[in-house]
Design a protein around this ligand. Structure first.
Ligand SMILES: [Cu+2]
Length: 150
């Protein structure tokens, strides 16, 4: 074999190796990209939709409320868990209010049919609202495909 053809073969082999490295790197990037896309889509979807079944889980702490306080218009039920150390309750301004519950306890509050709008949730244990136990409940238009005539 001549030196020239040996050199040509080596060059070809080098090119093939380079191409392989590029393909591996590219598929890695595609995989990571797909993973991020899946994470973004699933996470974002939940945020946009809110509590589609009308059941809203809320945590009551000293002093505040935590949770996804959004749902489409319709029957709404709050389920509030006291993760604080003090007694708390939860009510909707101008509407019903739950019993007071101690640390670790849970109360449900059926709000009935709630139309589109923003509402105020609060704890009426003396002094708690002033310390931050007030939150905004956002009731949105129902999803078009979830609505039905009748
Ligand atoms: Cu409270």
């Amino acid at each position: 074999m001549s030196n020239a053809s040996r050199r040509a073969q080596q060059a070809k082999r080098r090119q093939q190796r380079l191409r392989r490295v590029r393909v591996v790197a590219l598929s890695g990037v595609v995989l990571v990209g797909a993973l991020i896309a899946v994470l973004v889509v699933s996470g974002g979807g939940e945020d946009d939709a809110g509590n589609l079944d009308g059941k809203i889980d809320i945590e009551m702490f000293d002093y505040g409320f935590a949770g996804d306080l959004t749902a489409p218009a319709g029957p709404i039920e709050l389920s509030a868990t006291n993760v604080g150390r003090l007694n708390h309750n939860i009510g909707i301004r101008g509407g019903p209010i739950s019993q007071e519950v101690g640390a670790g306890g849970r109360v449900s509050l059926d709000l009935g049919e709630v139309p589109v709008g923003t509402y105020e949730l609060y704890c009426d244990v003396i002094g708690h609202e002033a310390k931050g136990m007030v939150a905004t409940l956002v009731i949105t238009e129902p999803e078009p495909d979830a609505a039905s005539d009748g």
